[in-house]
Design a protein around this ligand. Structure first.
Ligand code: PLP
Length: 398
């Protein structure tokens, strides 16, 4: 069958693929430690489950308005106002099947052949593939580990062309765990406003912060910046609701209307029951997430310290999200049972085969020097997994 050309430009999500392989190995009875999944191991909060049960019992199981129920859109408007001081009307808010879907609607509404979107590296895997699926060109803004993945405004300015449509801002960042300070955000906003570039602010990890790090939404810098920013967020990470599939976008009315039209012709509404559950989640506010973050913080410090104790591995302490992103260049070139390990992908394969530990290689995040490990898994798995990982690294001969 001759498929559309766009299909050949993308690969399946590598994080989901690695998680699926780990699950398949576990289903065969193997004891696999999975550091690949980007989802909290905590259970969805009880009041959220209760709201979903009540929705089912009340027969709230039919189509809803395509852009989401008023109650949820209002809860999102109130959240953005109470927590960020941002003001949106209902027509500027779209509820979708996860933040990934929000981003996809955005890519489809905004991008076409010849357009460019600037993506700071390392980056979350789907930004570039969603651009490619919509015929646009991802333009990568390299950042360095030594500068804490800070954005250099001069380099950003150099990448801007008349074809630049948007720039991604993902703070806290998946995979690096870096957070942007106000100065960095101001520098990005100045360039975006000067060149009329849309800012896509993916704030899905806004509440997952450590050691006094703070989250600043770039949209809060000024009304001029807000008018040029789409805020993307959802309930997956903050409320342990990855499977419920609720995300949202808030931003300029013409763009959000276009995104809503696309959704109405593609998926229609996100799940009615999940929408009621998301209303309950947003009502919970901070305390649930704060409890999770205390535990993530303990695991973060343990995992990073342990990784740094492995010869050839060095790992920065992340200030947000729930991933360690160790640099493994010191290990590349060493020999495993199947020959030299020359890339993060080969190292990830080695770790899965030899140690039954699933990690995600750095290449799809735009890094040939790193692997990504999620610490949103139990402390017991982390201890056990890192013991095995250290053993598998030791077995690589120089
Ligand atoms: C940076 C980032 N943005 C968006 C998403 C999508 O989240 P969801 O579709 O579960 O709401 C993820 C999920 O891993 C992510 O890491």
């Amino acid at each position: 069958m001759k498929l559309a050309a766009r299909v050949s430009r993308i690969a399946p999500s590598p994080t989901l693929a690695m998680a699926a392989t780990a699950k398949a190995m576990a289903a065969q009875g193997l004891d696999v430690v999975d550091f690949s999944s980007g989802e909290p191991d905590f259970d969805t909060p009880e009041p959220v489950k209760a709201a979903a049960e009540a929705a089912i019992r009340a027969g709230f199981t039919k189509y809803t308005p395509s852009s989401g129920i008023d109650e949820l859109r209002q809860a999102i408007i109130e959240k953005l106002h109470a927590e960020q001081g941002l003001r949106y009307e209902k027509s500027q808010v779209l509820v979708s099947c996860g933040a990934k879907h929000s981003l996809y609607n955005l890519a489809e509404a905004l991008l076409e052949a010849g357009d460019e979107i600037i993506i700071p590296t390392p980056y979350w895997v789907s930004y570039s593939d969603q651009a490619l699926l919509n015929d646009a060109t991802p333009v990568f803004l390299r950042t360095s580990e030594t500068s804490g993945y800070a954005i250099n405004p001069d380099e950003l300015q150099r990448l801007v062309t008349p074809r630049t449509k948007a720039i991604i801002v993902n703070s806290p960042c998946n995979p690096t765990g870096a957070t942007y300070d106000r100065k960095t955000l101001e520098a990005i906003a100045t360039i975006a406003v000067r060149h009329k570039i849309l800012i896509v602010s993916d704030e899905i990890y806004e509440k997952v912060l450590y050691g006094g790090a703070t989250h600043i939404s770039i949209a809060t810098l000024s009304s001029e910046v807000a008018a040029q920013t789409v805020v993307i967020n959802g309930v997956s990470k903050a409320y342990a609701m990855t499977g419920w599939r609720i995300g949202y976008a808030a931003g300029p009315k013409d763009l959000l209307t276009a995104m809503a039209n696309i959704q109405s012709q593609s998926t229609s509404n996100p799940c009615s029951i999940s929408q009621k559950a998301a209303v309950a989640a947003l009502k919970l506010g901070g305390p649930f997430t704060e409890k999770m973050v205390v535990e993530f913080d303990r695991r973060r410090r343990f995992m990073v310290d342990r990784l740094n104790s492995i010869p050839g591995v060095s790992c920065r302490m992340p200030s947000g999200a729930f991933y360690a992103f160790p640099n493994i260049s010191g290990v590349l070139g060493r020999k495993g049972p199947r020959g030299p390990i020359t890339s993060p992908q080969e190292l990830a394969n080695h770790l899965l085969k030899e140690a039954h530990v699933a990690v995600v290689p750095g290449e799809p995040f735009g890094s040939p020097h790193h692997i990504r490990l999620s610490y949103a898994t139990s402390m017991e798995s982390i201890q056990h997994g890192l013991d095995r990982l250290a053993g598998a690294f030791e077995k690589l001969s120089v």
